[in-house]
Design a protein around this ligand. Structure first.
Ligand code: ARG
Length: 460
């Protein structure tokens, strides 16, 4: 019989039970449910509601159950219990008899499930954090290995201005530093304890909620019982942090896929992280980056789903909230795995320095440098832009790069141009000129890499 069966006279319909039960997925909260129950038993003893010896028996049996679950985490799924909370209680009853029936004194599954899920999220967030740091580390290694390699930077997916490959990698490091900030920020708000909020109105037993919170490693007890049992903001916050982080991973993947394409050919994928085609023998595909891009869609979907579940729910607990788990478990697991995989595959990605350089020199990406040169000759930028554009038109008509136009031809467009234009049009000169803070000159990028490494060292 269900733990709530006292006021019922008819048996539960099988179809209803199958629909209502959550054990098939909330078994993943077993360790957290046990940890919270051990502390609750201690709290009951401290409040004089059960004997010290009874608390000890409960804790020992809970500990034994925790160890059995380590051997077989899916053990609860085989049972007919409604959810993980009922399963833990029924296991204890099997082993301890009447004492086990005292454990639920003064608590509800509503404060328990909210506590369990916060404990679970705390552990999952810590795993995500390590993997995110691993990805940042791998990007820094990639940036360092790229040295002073230069490739085209794009706007509108048209070649725009050359950038250092390391500058490209460090752009993603900046995004991931912010992702880490969001994760840490959400972790701070996560760390309050709902235990002792009861079903909705607060518990009727004189437990010390602050002590319970402290025992479970929380910073404080949740201040309002109605809020404590119905707040799933943390699920939304972590889902949002995951969505944005995975959006960054997706953009990075898209860049890599393009850079590895036959059209660009800037990066080379190692065999160990590529797959082939069953039909076309020549193919080497960037499946791993495509999957990372695809996973981001799945994670974004979970964010939308939980927002829809919560929107419009009256206070306090509603069964709709059982729908917070499956998508969220999946999201946190996929997020962590994606970051771990990214860190693992990045070392297998190499830069084809000569191809990058050649591409950076194509496409008139030094046209801005020519305009800047003219500005140096005292011509207002808007006029310099126009003159440089005219020279691009002439050069492209002859299928020549700007630096191969003769001085006479250039002077026809602008008499202020002299021999010193040629050194100004080299890739090196263009790169060195972008030297203000945050720019792509080697003088900016190399120290940025050092700084990012120093930052990372403070995070581990
Ligand atoms: N399985 C439920 C959930 O995940 C646990 C809480 C059940 N509470 C209740 N009053 N029915 O939300």
């Amino acid at each position: 019989m269900a733990m709530w069966g006292g006021r019922f006279t008819e048996a539960t319909l099988d179809e209803f039970k199958a629909f209502n039960d959550s054990i098939s997925f909330d078994y993943q909260l077993a360790q957290q449910d046990i940890a919270a129950s051990k502390v609750w038993a201690a709290g009951l003893a401290k409040a004089g509601l059960i004997a010290a010896d009874e608390a000890k028996q409960l804790q020992q049996a809970l500990q034994q159950l925790a160890e059995e679950l380590l051997q077989n985490p899916r053990l609860p799924v085989e049972s007919d219990e409604e959810d993980i909370h009922s399963w833990v209680e029924s296991k204890l009853t099997e082993r301890l008899g009447a004492v086990a029936r005292k454990l639920h004194t003064g608590r509800s599954r509503n404060d328990l499930v909210a506590t369990d899920l916060r404990l679970w999220t705390r552990a999952a967030a810590s795993a995500v954090r390590s993997s995110l740091l691993g990805s940042i580390q791998a990007l820094l290694n990639f940036a360092e290995a790229a040295g002073t390699a230069v490739m085209p930077g794009y706007t509108h997916l048209q070649r725009a201005q050359p950038v250092m490959v390391a500058h490209w990698a460090l752009a993603y490091v900046e995004m991931m530093k912010r992702d880490l900030g969001r994760l840490d920020d959400a972790s701070k708000r996560l760390n309050v304890c709902p235990l002792g909020a009861g079903a909705l109105a607060g518990t009727g037993v004189p437990v010390d909620r602050s002590w319970l919170a402290q025992q479970l490693g929380f910073d404080a007890a949740a201040a309002n019982s109605l809020d404590a049992v119905s707040d799933r903001d943390f699920v939304v916050e972590f889902s949002a942090a995951a969505s944005l982080c995975m959006t960054h991973v997706s953009r990075l993947s898209e860049d890599v896929i393009f850079f590895c394409s036959g059209e660009a050919g800037f990066f080379k994928l190692g065999d160990a992280i590529s797959s082939g085609s069953s039909l076309m023998p020549q193919k080497k595909n960037p499946d791993v980056f495509e999957l990372l891009r695809g996973k981001s869609g799945r994670i974004l979907g979970q964010l939308v789903a939980i927002l829809h579940v919560l929107k419009g729910l009256p206070l306090a607990y509603n069964k709709d909230m059982q729908e917070d788990k499956q998508g969220f478990f999946d999201l946190m697991q996929q997020w962590q795995q994606s970051l771990q995989v990214l860190a693992t595959v990045l070392p297998h990605l190499s830069v084809k320095v000569a191809v990058c350089r050649q591409a950076a020199e194509l496409g008139y990406s030094n046209a801005t440098d020519l305009a800047d040169y003219l500005v140096g000759k005292g011509i207002p930028f808007r006029d310099a832009h126009h003159l440089s554009g005219q020279l691009v038109l002439i050069a492209s008509g002859q299928q020549l790069p700007l630096e191969q136009l003769s001085l006479t031809e250039m002077q026809k467009v602008c008499p202020d141009i002299s021999e010193d234009v040629y050194p100004a049009l080299t890739l090196e000169a263009g790169m060195a000129r972008r030297n203000a803070l945050g720019g792509t000159s080697p003088e900016q990028v190399l120290p940025a890499l050092v700084q990012a490494r120093a930052w990372l060292a403070t995070q581990q």
